[in-house]
Design a protein around this ligand. Structure first.
Ligand SMILES: [Zn+2]
Length: 200
């Protein structure tokens, strides 16, 4: 049996989500059509508003609705201290540690040349420009210890060296290859306090 075209299009659309295959997509579409029309309309409106209204902060690349995100706009945050993270979820993890008063730079990924993710895709040209402005005194690397995380860390280290900026790295208590979002706040606070100068 073939679905009516509109239903087929809806099912197809759900498969763009991570971990959602054709069967799950079909279940989602049926659920909304059978007994969730209002939820479906709300979902549609929220998607549309977010896709049009959410952009990336000009300074740190985190999601924002204005040119600058709330953290970059906050005068109490130290602009001399910048924590490099792979994703917006990692920003939340570091914020929940309650330990950090600096700013961030969000890569939205890690270096992975085979997947076509190079320095420009991660905004590392933007970071380089910021480093050369002279305001940043210390970079804290919190990019994880996977192969991609290591490659990214070394690339950032080279940029910082050229600009004469100190680099440290959180380490203690953060599992190998672990994503920050799965590390609890107390462990992350400890890892931030115990950060070590990074060099090779
Ligand atoms: Zn920002």
């Amino acid at each position: 049996m073939k679905h009516p075209p509109l239903v087929e299009t809806l099912i197809e659309a759900f498969t763009c989500l991570p971990g959602v295959g054709p069967r799950s997509a079909q279940r989602m579409a049926y659920t909304l059509l059978e007994r969730g029309r209002d939820d479906g309309r709300a979902l549609s409106a929220a998607l549309s508003q977010a896709m049009d209204g959410v952009r990336q902060c000009k300074r740190c690349r985190n999601y924002a609705e204005e040119e600058l995100c709330p953290i970059c706009q906050d005068p109490r945050r130290d602009p001399g201290l910048v924590c490099i993270v792979a994703s917006p979820a990692d920003v939340l993890a570091v914020e929940q540690s309650g330990e950090y008063r600096g700013q961030y730079f969000v890569l939205m990924g890690q270096l992975s040349p085979l997947d076509g993710i190079g320095p420009r895709e991660l905004g590392l040209d933007v970071l380089e420009a910021r480093l050369n402005e002279g305001e940043i005194q210390e970079l804290i690397l919190a990019t994880g210890t996977t192969v991609e995380g290591e490659a990214t860390a070394h690339y950032v280290l080279d940029l910082a060296r050229e600009a004469g900026v100190n680099v440290s790295r959180i380490a203690q208590g953060v599992p190998m290859g672990g994503d920050l979002e799965f590390v609890d706040g107390a462990t992350l606070a400890h890892a931030l306090r115990g950060r070590r100068p990074f060099s090779t």
